[in-house]
Design a protein around this ligand. Structure first.
Ligand SMILES: [Mn+2]
Length: 314
């Protein structure tokens, strides 16, 4: 039995990719079970509810040697804590390659597309399998979520083609309305504790020397209502301060992405982060907020800049 899972602090792509890929493997005669590494966010809960499916079970540990399939991630800092002891048999991902190693030859499928969902649609086609309406709905949701309905610079022609193909199969006639409903669900944060908001879409990246990396925690809140988030700025800064101390991080940032206006205003904890933002991005911080303009993609517009900044030039 293969355990299939996406990254910690899962988003819609991480959850749906595990569900759909486990089913695709099953149809190919490979015994696989989908899991999640954390609680679904409000958008994902909406997607699953609309689709009439349960979230996959929570996975906390696996014994050494267990066979696993990674979707929507490959870096150990975003995976099960003992990933290095597990047997990675497959990876389907659209992120940069990190510290992945395998003990045996593995099936590795990486493409720079907007969503793991886009990649999974290709795997269905390559296997000569039709996409069932439920899987089409989940894949479509993943692509709309990861690309912010094509607003993100990570969007490719393949993502657009995939949505055009999947929408009628899923029975979704108004894709725009469906995407807006997803984003509204994601933005309806209610009285969610600040620490949960910070960790909802949060990833740790090692920058610089692999032997002594700078560990940076990069959170993102994608929302149609940034005013709500900035209304809780002091609580969020306190949560960032705690997280930085507890996890021994070099820096922590929380980007507030306004989905509809395609802007990124980032919460900056201290003078350390302020200096890096000034030197790496050329932006000034005022009142703990740095305007990162249209850099709405952590994957494509934030992480690579920090990586370059921290990598010693030969
Ligand atoms: Mn993804």
């Amino acid at each position: 039995m293969l355990a299939v899972f996406g990254h910690q602090n899962p988003d819609t792509d991480a959850i749906t990719a595990a569900l759909v890929y486990a089913r695709l493997l099953g149809r190919q005669g490979i015994d696989a079970q989908a899991y999640r590494l954390g609680e679904p966010n409000f958008e994902t809960a909406f997607v699953l509810r609309e689709a009439g499916v349960d979230a996959p079970p929570l996975l906390e540990t696996l014994p050494a040697g267990a066979q696993v399939v990674l979707v929507d991630h490959n870096e150990s800092a975003q995976s099960l804590p003992n990933l290095h002891e597990l047997t990675v048999t497959r990876v389907v991902d659209h992120h940069k390659l990190g510290d992945l190693t395998t003990t045996q030859p593995a099936y590795l499928r990486f493409e720079p597309v907007g969503s793991t969902g886009t990649l999974l649609l290709k795997l269905f086609r390559e296997a000569g399998l039709s996409v069932e309406p439920l899987d089409a709905r989940l894949l479509l949701s993943a692509i709309l979520s990861d690309t912010l309905h094509f607003r993100s610079p990570t969007t490719t022609a393949e993502d657009r083609d995939a949505v055009a193909f999947l929408a009628p199969v899923a029975g979704i006639t108004d894709v725009e309305a469906y995407a807006l409903a997803m984003f509204a669900a994601k933005s309806d944060l209610g009285d969610t504790p600040a620490e949960t908001l910070l960790r909802m879409d949060y990833k740790v990246f090692p920058f610089g020397e692999p032997t002594a990396p700078h560990q940076w925690g990069l959170g993102v809140i994608e929302t149609t209502n940034p005013g709500y988030v900035f209304g809780r700025q002091s609580e969020l800064l306190a949560a960032m301060d705690n997280l930085k101390a507890e996890d021994g991080l070099s820096g922590v940032l929380l980007s507030v992405v306004d989905i509809l206006n395609e802007t990124n205003r980032t919460l900056v904890l201290s003078a350390t982060e302020e200096k890096v933002l000034r030197e790496a991005f050329g932006v000034e911080t005022q009142g703990h907020v740095a305007d990162l303009g249209a850099r709405i993609s952590r994957k494509k517009q934030v992480v690579p800049v920090l990586e370059t900044y921290f990598t010693p030039q030969g």
